[in-house]
Design a protein around this ligand. Structure first.
Ligand code: AMP
Length: 207
């Protein structure tokens, strides 16, 4: 029986993506990676790209699609992601969906009220330069502007699992696993008819 192994985590900052991503990763033995983390590493580099990314992150803006897509596509062809991944924070725009070159089984949307999220971010006391009130607010605005259409798109495709991120950590984790289990049954049924290749450029579905 095949299961969902190519998993995306989406949600506003504070919804618990990295907590759940890491839990899911150890539960399913699938590697976890986050575009936010990748970009924060790049922002430390003393290069033109590093400086540009640093400025964008700190102001709460998105890294341009072209750069993002290139970096993420290059990452995901690495052998360690061949049998699956839990990808946190991508795709965040419809253009990223169109230009994404790898297969996606399931998109988990951690749904949380922005007020609750802000409260959590304040309580976390993280050392991040991009946690000014303006930057956090701007990221929330950009989420509803650019990422909500991505969520709607995956919902229409039938691969979205919306999970109430206000629940406690363990309940959220259970809900996510349940949503993947459902997919498991569906995939099993489908696999009687059709064997899909490992890499499916999903923009073809979009067109
Ligand atoms: P995150 O940790 O997911 O909140 O990401 C931190 C920052 O990295 C974001 O505010 C963006 O500047 C950048 N970033 C992460 N993922 C993406 C993406 N898919 N597209 C564009 N920018 C991104």
């Amino acid at each position: 029986v095949s299961q969902s192994r190519y998993i995306i985590l989406l949600g506003i900052q504070g919804a618990g993506k990295s907590t759940q991503g890491n839990l899911l990763s150890s539960e399913l033995k699938i590697p976890y990676l986050s575009t936010g983390h990748i970009f924060r590493q790049i922002a430390k580099e003393k290069t033109k790209l590093g400086r540009t990314v640093k400025e964008l992150i700190n102001s709460g803006n998105l890294v341009p699609d072209q750069i993002t897509v290139q970096i993420v596509n290059e990452y995901l062809v690495r052998p360690e992601y061949k049998n699956g991944f839990i990808l946190d924070g991508f795709p965040r725009t419809i253009t990223q969906v169109e230009k994404c070159e790898f297969k996606i089984d399931k998109v988990v949307y951690l749904d949380l009220d922005p007020k609750e999220a802000l409260w959590r971010i304040v309580m976390r006391h993280e050392e991040r330069n991009d946690n000014t009130v303006q930057a956090v607010q701007h990221r929330v605005d950009l989420f509803y502007k650019h990422t909500q259409p991505v969520i709607d798109y995956f919902q229409k495709k039938g691969v979205l699992a919306k999970v109430d991120a206000k629940l406690d950590v363990k309940k959220v984790a259970d809900e996510i696993l349940k949503s993947i289990g459902k997919q498991l049954i569906k995939k099993h049924v489908r696999s009687w008819h059709q064997k899909s290749p490992i890499i499916v450029p999903i923009y073809r579905d979009w067109e």
